[in-house]
Design a protein around this ligand. Structure first.
Ligand code: ADP
Ligand code: 5GP
Length: 188
């Protein structure tokens, strides 16, 4: 089973993905996307993202390297490489995607029953602002852009297979663990 995590920026997708990677280090692996945005905070090329130029991104589009890509914010491109799925599955692990809402719905359309799409829902827009400000690695201008987009993104929630409300962190982890356990039991 492939898991697709989507949510407005700051809702806790990365936190959920990190929880799964820490809890099950041999079961899951994150699909590393390409992006044209610069690294933020302690981000390392090849770990959180492949940080590439717009020209390189364009070349990869022409080579048909992406399973999906989006201009998530004005002038900033993000794309999922086809080869990431092959790389992770060849290592015997299950793929985790952390992508924007439209990209996630596209992936779900392509992958069908092979994937579970999970929407991470913030308790409120005010809390989302607090989390983005608290993370301390995003400029005030980018925070406003992300919040402006969040309302629209929330309207896509009903199209996802599952919703995890990320209010209190242990409670959110519990909801996520229950989804993973349920899927593993079904497969058994
Ligand atoms: P995303 O990947 O969706 O942009 P992050 O996982 O980076 O979001 O989370 C945004 C910020 O909010 C981070 O600083 C994270 O530690 C914090 N955070 C995540 N979940 C919670 C929660 N339930 N309560 C409080 N803070 C949280
Ligand atoms: P950030 O800049 O905060 O890392 O990511 C901004 C948004 O882009 C997040 O919603 C993140 O999930 C999304 N994103 C990251 N990689 C991809 C990708 O490969 N495709 C799409 N469509 N969105 C992505």
């Amino acid at each position: 089973m492939i898991y697709i995590f989507c949510a407005p920026s700051g809702s806790g997708k990365s936190t959920m993905v990190k929880h799964l990677l820490t809890k099950h280090p041999n079961l899951f692996e994150l699909s590393v996307s390409c992006t044209t945005r610069p690294p933020r905070g302690q981000e390392v090329n090849g770990k959180e993202y492949y940080f590439i130029s717009v020209e390189e991104f364009q070349k990869r589009i022409e080579h048909n390297d992406f399973i999906e890509f989006e201009q998530v914010y004005e002038g900033l491109y993000y794309g999922t490489l086809k080869e990431e799925i092959d790389r992770i599955e060849a290592a015997g692990r299950q793929v985790l995607f952390d992508v924007d809402v439209k990209g996630g719905l596209n992936l779900k359309r392509i992958l069908g029953d092979q994937a579970t799409s999970i929407f991470i829902c913030p308790p409120s827009i005010e809390e989302l602002r607090k989390r983005l400000e608290g993370r301390g690695d995003t400029s005030p201008e980018m925070i406003e852009k992300r919040l402006a987009k969040a309302e629209e993104e929330l309207s896509y929630k009903p199209q996802f297979d599952r919703v995890v409300i990320n209010d209190d962190l242990p409670h959110a982890f519990q909801q996520l663990d229950a989804i993973i356990d349920e899927n593993r039991n079904i497969r058994r």
